[in-house]
Design a binder for this molecule. Structure first.
Ligand SMILES: NC(=O)c1ccc[n+]([C@@H]2O[C@H](COP(=O)([O-])OP(=O)(O)OC[C@H]3O[C@@H](n4cnc5c(N)ncnc54)[C@H](OP(=O)(O)O)[C@@H]3O)[C@@H](O)[C@H]2O)c1
Length: 246
């Protein structure tokens, strides 16, 4: 059956992969991003795809999305994917208020506000929320405390919302990708040689000895979203080549 899905951060990487997957299944798909050129290219490539500019760091970003769902999708929303996010290396020595506020706003405050805004729709559909977390939210790595702690808190939000929304018939789960080939490290401003060094070291630290591809994450997120299961909630699913248990 055709469903309606909203994916934040759908303008690239994992979010774009999810958008393509569900668009190709015939679902109504809404994505968000900050890069307007990529958003409009994706909207041209996939006619009917709804692409919205959305910056987690700005006020009231959820309002136009909620209004669109109410007016144009007649209040139908089956799945909300809180995926928008970015990485920053943040050694505790010299950490700044600005970096911390950006990290916690993007990964915790913005998803909370958007989720709250979408509750009326998800209640009608008895829908689902999927939070895109990270293996950094499960396993501790040095010099990335802001991102790791934000994702750990997102895992806890997943469990708390699962309890809080269960009586409304809304299920809440998270997927926790390990290192996955997207533009996320380049977007963090890391120089190519550092990215190369990170990739090289991960070959030995990831038990399955390779980085993930977007398809690895999409396949498992799609299972969470569209398996027909109706009794799974409060789960944080690592999809990480085993890194979170190593
Ligand atoms: N790739 C990995 O290794 C990995 C591992 C674990 C978890 N994750 C998580 O997976 C999610 C997607 O990351 P990705 O790897 O697909 O990275 P990506 O290719 O850089 O995509 C990130 C998406 O989030 C959007 N975004 C970033 N910061 C935003 C902000 N402040 N406000 C609004 N939108 C914002 C980006 O929008 P624009 O580009 O249009 O600005 C883009 O659409 C993130 O939550 C990330 O933490 C990634």
């Amino acid at each position: 059956m055709k469903k309606n899905i909203l994916i934040t951060g759908g303008s690239s990487g994992i979010g774009e992969g999810l958008a393509r997957h569900f668009y190709n299944k015939g679902w109504a798909v809404m994505i968000t991003g900050r890069n307007t050129e990529r958003l409009s290219n994706l909207a041209s490539e996939m006619p009917g795809l709804q692409a919205f500019e959305y910056d987690s760091l700005k006020e009231d970003q959820e309002a136009p999305l909620v209004q669109f769902i109410r007016e144009h999708w007649k209040g139908k929303l089956d799945v909300l994917v809180n995926n928008a996010g970015h990485v920053a290396l943040t050694p505790i020595k010299g950490i700044s208020r600005k970096t911390l506020e950006e990290m916690y706003t993007t990964h915790l405050i913005a998803p909370s506000l958007l989720t709250a805004g979408c509750l009326e729709f998800l209640t009608l559909s008895k829908g689902q929320i999927i939070n895109v977390s990270s293996s950094h939210g499960i396993k501790a790595f040095p010099e990335i405390s802001a991102y790791g702690s934000a994702k750990a808190a997102l895992n806890m939000l997943t469990k708390i919302w699962a309890l809080e929304l269960a009586s409304l018939g809304i299920r809440v789960n998270a997927i926790a990708p390990g290192p996955t080939n997207t533009a996320v490290l380049a977007n963090a401003g890391l120089p190519p040689e550092i990215i190369q060094a990170i990739h090289q070291s991960e070959k030995t630290t990831i038990p399955l000895q390779r980085r993930g591809e977007v398809e690895d994450i999409v396949a498992n997120a799609a299972l969470l979203i569209d398996s027909g299961s109706t009794w799974l909630t409060g789960v944080v699913l690592p999809v990480d080549g085993g890194i979170s248990v190593s």
